[in-house]
Design a protein around this ligand. Structure first.
Ligand code: MN
Length: 128
């Protein structure tokens, strides 16, 4: 499988460190942004294969950034998973409305994050 590039937009350094470790295990190439504005410019410059988007960010929040990406013909095809500390049923409905590919609820485990990414890129693993 060709190397996939994942843009992580996350302001919390602890979570970013964990992401770095997880994505290294999964052999993903990683781009990092600590705020939505930087994330948007990295997305425009690099066209990542997937974006992991924290919802609560300084300045522009992750849902607003998602709406901007989904309104941009050049970027709207990039799947975005929201990183959130809480996912209410109402949030899940809103997520679908604004075009999120899914939610990753924090704190996430290494295994569940890798599985989410693998399911996305190569489909669910067959039982064995
Ligand atoms: Mn945050």
């Amino acid at each position: 499988m060709e190397e996939k590039t994942i843009l992580v937009i996350e302001d919390n350094e602890m979570n970013m460190k964990l992401m770095r470790a997880v994505l290294r295990v999964g052999k993903y190439r990683m781009l990092e942004a600590k705020d939505a504005e930087t994330g948007l410019s990295l997305a425009r410059e690099h066209h990542p294969d997937l974006i992991l988007m924290d919802i609560q960010l300084p300045g522009m929040d992750g849902l607003s950034a998602t709406k901007i990406i989904k309104a941009d013909p050049e970027l709207k095809g990039i799947p975005i998973f929201a990183l959130t500390g809480f996912a209410m049923e109402s949030d899940k409905a809103k997520a679908t409305d604004i075009g999120l590919a899914g939610y990753i609820v924090k704190p996430f485990s290494v295994k569940s994050l890798l599985e989410t990414l693998e399911n996305h890129f190569i489909g669910p693993t067959a039982p064995h």
